[in-house]
Design a protein around this ligand. Structure first.
Ligand code: USQ
Length: 385
């Protein structure tokens, strides 16, 4: 039986991933210190759908599916917590979601930036050292982000680029230039992981993931208490989930600036498939594999139109509004990112169509009255001056 640890399992993606691995017959151990729940409370960013804490969820899951998930509460940046865990479990793989995932939160001010920086870098660094010392063959599967690349005026390659300079060539990590501190911590993680893969022979997969949307996975369809924590607020809500909730609540869709910002998106179910594929295809010792983890690219304007079209089918009128962009980012730019690696491993994507949007909406609509306009509108400005 393969043995996997999920770090950051209370988050949007961690819990569904834990259930998926358990149903695929992995021995699953989950870890969280509930930092995100604290930030949610500090920033008044209540989730629209909030599951119970991990112990309770694990009991519900066991009662329905008859698989055990071991729960550990602790800080991944704490060596006294991580070392014994890794030494005891000798995992085949560790999936590392244990990072503060909000770009807006990371741009609120010094204190929030410090929390993001310390949590994200120290959790990765500490995990690396626990693996180096106690389980050097463990496969680290790290959630990176497409935002590491930014929006360069050239094609985005899958992690690496061959550079020819003065008649000689060398393969390098693809140049990265993020537009938030959160995304920058992910760049720094990649550099750390590449250094330790090169020099300490670690096995690492870094998944450059685009914004994820959706609620349902095979397991969460069984019981509402197994649904992932789902946000529509400006801090933790990703744009598609936000637009769906805004549409349901009659709030004009908040297109930031010109709306030409283009990103690669994927359904939450495809995130599960991608990570499972990464786990079944580990790198060799000393190797850093990088995949661009998204299935289709859209501009913000295109997304807003897609949500509006889906709503028309349900007779829900939707307005779109171009509001001043709270972020500093390019609003009209070239974007062509390669993403063949996961397809080559067998990924068959679930693409965003009206049926997919309407299914998410069916769950949101029953909570319509809990959607707050104040939380839906952007509260964080990137520029401090
Ligand atoms: N946007 C709007 N209106 C909104 C919200 C967002 O126009 O109401 C725009 C943003 O300005 C941005 C794009 O939509 O251009 C995507 O924004 P997002 O909030 O969905 O995504 P982002 O902040 O970039 O971060 C999310 C996740 C993060 C992950 C990242 C992948 O929160 O954890 O790493 O997506 S990526 O964006 O590819 O870097």
């Amino acid at each position: 039986m393969k043995n996997v640890i999920i770090l950051g399992a209370d988050g949007y993606l961690g819990w569904p991933m834990a259930m998926k691995f358990a149903c695929e017959n992995y021995r699953v151990t989950v870890v969280d210190n509930y930092l995100k729940r604290k930030i949610v409370a500090d920033t008044d960013s209540t989730a629209l759908i909030e599951g119970p804490r991990l112990k309770e969820r694990s009991e519900i899951f066991q009662s329905l599916f008859n698989f055990n998930i071991e729960v550990n509460e602790g800080d991944c940046a704490d060596a006294n917590f991580m070392d014994p865990l890794i030494e005891r479990l000798q995992p085949d793989a560790v999936v590392h979601f244990a990072e503060q995932p909000s770009a807006p939160y990371s741009m609120m001010g010094r204190s929030e930036a410090t929390t993001t920086f310390n949590n994200n870098l120290n959790s990765t660094f500490n995990l690396i050292w626990s693996i180096v010392k106690y389980s050097p063959n463990t496969h680290i599967i790290k959630l990176g982000t497409m935002g590491e690349y930014g929006t360069p005026n050239i094609d985005i390659e899958e992690g690496w680029i061959d550079i020819e300079h003065n008649g000689r060539t060398q393969k390098f990590l693809y140049p990265r230039q993020a537009s938030s501190l959160y995304h920058t911590t992910k760049i720094l993680d990649t550099d750390l992981l590449w250094f330790y893969a090169r020099h300490y022979n670690l096995r690492v997969t870094d998944l450059m993931q685009g914004p994820v949307y959706g609620i349902f996975t095979d397991e969460s369809r069984a019981d509402d208490r197994l649904l992932p924590n789902f946000h529509y607020d400006d801090i933790f809500g990703t744009v598609v989930n936000r637009f769906i909730c805004q549409a349901v609540a009659g709030i004009p869709l908040t297109v930031f600036g010109a709306g030409g910002q283009t990103r690669g998106y994927l359904n939450i179910e495809d995130t599960m498939k991608c990570i499972a594929l990464a786990a079944s295809n580990p790198p060799k010792n000393g190797e850093l594999l990088i995949y661009n983890q998204f299935t289709e690219q859209f501009s913000v304007n295109q997304l807003a139109m897609k949500v509006r079209r889906a709503c028309e089918l349900l007779n829900i009128p939707v307005e779109m509004q171009n509001i001043p962009n709270p972020r500093v980012e390019q609003e009209n730019h070239y974007y062509n990112a390669k993403h063949t690696g996961l397809s080559d491993l067998g990924l068959v994507p679930k693409l965003m169509d009206s049926d997919v949007i309407c299914e998410i909406m069916s769950k949101v609509v029953v909570k319509k009255d809990e959607i707050s306009r104040k939380r839906a509108l952007p509260r964080v400005q990137w520029k401090t001056s």
